[in-house]
Design a binder for this molecule. Sequence first.
Ligand SMILES: [Zn+2]
Length: 454
Amino acid sequence: MNTLDDLKQAAERNNRELTIGALNELIKSLSPESYNSIIIDNAVAIKRYNYCYINAFTQSVTHKSSKRSAAVDGTVKETLQAIAAASNENPYLPLKDRTIIDIMDQAPKYSEGGFFSNARQKMSELVNGGRKVEHQHITLAEEGGHIAKNQTPYAIVAECSVSDCPKCKTLGTVEEQNKEGVVSQVECPTCKGRGHIGTLAYFIPTISEKRVSIIRCLEGNIDNLKTSTLEAHKGDDTTPVRMLTHYNGVDSEQFDPYITPYLDQLRDKTGSMNAIEEIYYRLIPCFTFSYRNVLTGEMRQGVVVDPFVNPELVLSLDSTSRKIFSGVKDSMKSINNFIGSIGKSTGFKDKEDLKRSIRLLIAIAVSDGDVSEEEKKALTLTIRKMDDLTSSEQEQMLQLLGQKDCSFLTDDDFIFHNKANAEETLGRMQDVASASDGVSDEERDIIERLRLAN
Ligand SMILES: [Zn+2]
């Protein structure tokens, strides 16, 4: 288990500076062999990138309000009268369960003129508008130190009422004259004999949870540095720690100065109105440097990842993948190759996995920028040749090429039937993503989501 202090201390360790002299020493000790085959270019300044791995759990509360007007009598009438007469100190009254809501749902509906416009508007002002439910006014049920998923309803006191039936004035019957002129008492059609109209306005606190795992860098991204490399430095115990509490009358925020700069990025994923934020984070500083390969004479970029805690040297960042694919155009070639090969690959006999794989690769391609007409044509031909897909399935894939981002992906796209297929796809996605000019946050998120799901 982590504490706030553990996270902060780890961040302090990683917040140190690295001189070019210390960098040389570090590389020498990490890999004497590599050190002897390269010459670090001291004229090019080393550049620091503060990556931050974040694993977070959040809960947020919304108040879904409803209003029911129906004919009432007996216990339901009395219950509603008691609610309406409740003290004005608290605008909301907890209901022990849904019973009265269910009874009102089954009772004869009543709608007076204008109810659907005015009353609804009034209610939404009370609950969702300027006077949002303030959390000190309600007590959410808890479970295992978190907000319980199931919550009991609250009556909105000012909006609950019982009134006399406007037609029969509480009698429950009205006079009716038949064709022969005989007058008799019949059941009141408005209140179905119940004599009163009751209105119940209520809301049920709805709890949403998010689990998010992201890697972010505020200084841009290092080209071709793989997510998997960074992720290996996230630490062993990534259990999140409570940093924010806003419910049941508690208002507490305990963010240290190291995590604060990344909160906006996290909340892009979790939303910003959270009742609970639990965060694990680990700074993973990376330092880039330039070097000349003694044997080939080529200039390259290298990176030292996590130098103060668990140093790792990554050389030839741009030699392998960059040589084969450079730029978006070539990454599309790689997608084409991939799509061409997966059709034949035995691992993808599972057609659903094949479709997942293609959708994910298209997501990576489109999230990287526009797909050119030429690339679309090439990809269209490849997909059209895939006999495993029906023509309507092919059509669906082709339509995705026109998407502007990866929002077409659903949770199902990340859950493969076969783990090997997921791993194969993951590797291809990393190749495609790192082939273009730097891995974008969007690409990183898609890759991360696939990794977490499998
Ligand atoms: Zn009536």
